[in-house]
Write a protein that binds this ligand. Structure first.
Ligand code: KG4
Ligand code: ZN
Length: 352
């Protein structure tokens, strides 16, 4: 089979991404233009600001993706883009660029589901002997997602759990802010993880924070950050550093415990349906938390002491939003000659 080369564009949220991947699992380029600084003051993604930034940044991202791959546009065999879900106006920037390029060059076009692309990333990145086999579980934990997915094939996915309110990443961000941590270069979540490791000597007991909705396959993180907020509001004197470290640890512990419990519950429920996944893929910005990685490993070993369940983490740059995963998720369709029409619509809301 001859090599197939895909140029992919992604602009569903706040990162402008372009990449080139091939059917032989090569990543020829991976351009990600972040917008964090533009949105920090709004406390979340501001849609108009995001759309304008995508419009400014997408042409340059495409140019750089081709240059890094040392390719001319006509060397590309197909063009992929994120069809949804995401912010409509943001999606349209990548989609319009992809469609016009495809139409102008008479190349095939494929629109991709963003979440499916996250879930399929390990099929591209894992070493051949550790590549997850279907069915596998995907725990997608970032600022935008808190999802537990069952992947049964390249095209069929089932949502087992999602968040009833806010994402786990956002709760890390909010608690880091409440504790007055400076973001540093790595951002609020990583700052909180580092703060928990601080040795301050006197660490008072602040109790523990419970996992919400026990026995239910739904995440909830807003009540956890609210508990921390209430704790801070109810203590009169300014907290000592040791006290703040204790609170940060209690938060991180509860956040990790919730992910472990819901993951185990998901495995139990699947087992009742005779589905016993051998791999769990954990992806998204929060997956870089080392404390959490240890806790997830222990939870899986505890759940299945005899048959080891593999725990797979894609490399950090492919855990967060990127266009490599979009190109890769489109590959099986390109290879099967299954393309979309140039008039294909967007799906800002799209079930998996
Ligand atoms: O996937 P991601 O980079 O992008 C978006 O979702 O937009 O995830 C970012 C989230 C943020 O909420 C950030 O605070 C969190 O991931 N995060 C972490 C860590 N590193 C990033 N949370 C906990 N521990 C970390 N080490
Ligand atoms: Zn994403």
């Amino acid at each position: 089979r001859t090599l197939f080369t895909v140029l992919a564009l992604e602009s569903s949220a706040d990162d402008t991404c372009a990449a080139v991947v091939t059917s032989s699992r090569q990543i020829l380029s991976n351009i990600v233009v972040k917008q964090h600084d533009l949105h920090e003051g709004f406390g979340g993604i501001h849609p108009t600001v995001a759309i304008e930034a995508h419009q400014r940044n997408m042409p340059g991202a495409v140019r750089r993706a081709l240059e890094d791959a040392k390719l001319m546009m006509q060397d590309v065999d197909g063009i992929a883009f994120t069809r949804g879900p995401g912010i409509g106006g943001c999606l349209s920037v990548g989609s319009n660029a992809a469609k016009s390029l495809a139409a102008a060059l008479n190349k095939p076009l494929v629109g991709v589901h963003h979440m499916q692309a996250h879930a399929l990333t390990p099929l591209l990145t894992a070493p051949v002997d550790q590549t997850p086999e279907f069915p596998f579980l995907t725990l997608l934990i970032s600022g935008g997602h808190t999802l537990l997915l069952l992947a049964t094939s390249k095209t069929s996915f089932e949502i087992l759990a999602t968040t009833a309110d806010e994402s786990v990443g956002r709760s890390f961000d909010k608690v880091a802010r409440m504790l007055g941590l400076s973001w540093g270069t790595k951002g609020p979540g990583a700052a909180l993880e580092d703060f928990c490791r601080k040795d301050t000597g006197d660490v008072p007991n602040v109790g523990s924070f419970p996992v919400p909705m026990p026995g239910k396959l739904a995440f909830s993180y807003s009540c956890l950050h609210s508990s921390i907020e209430r704790y801070l509001a109810s203590t009169q004197v300014p907290l000592t550093e040791g006290h703040r470290v204790a609170l940060a640890r209690a938060f991180q512990d509860a956040a990790a415990q919730q992910l472990c419990e819901k993951l185990t519950l998901g495995l139990e429920k699947l087992s009742l349906r005779n589905i016993n996944p051998r791999h769990v893929v954990v992806s998204g910005g929060v997956a870089s938390n080392l404390f959490l990685r240890t806790r997830l490993r222990a939870a899986l070993d505890n759940y299945s002491p005899n048959v080891k369940i593999g725990l797979v983490f894609p490399p950090p740059e492919l855990c967060t939003d990127n266009a490599v995963m979009i190109g890769w998720a489109a590959m099986h369709r390109f290879l099967a000659g299954d393309h979309d029409d140039y008039s294909i619509d967007l799906r800002a809301k799209w079930d998996i």
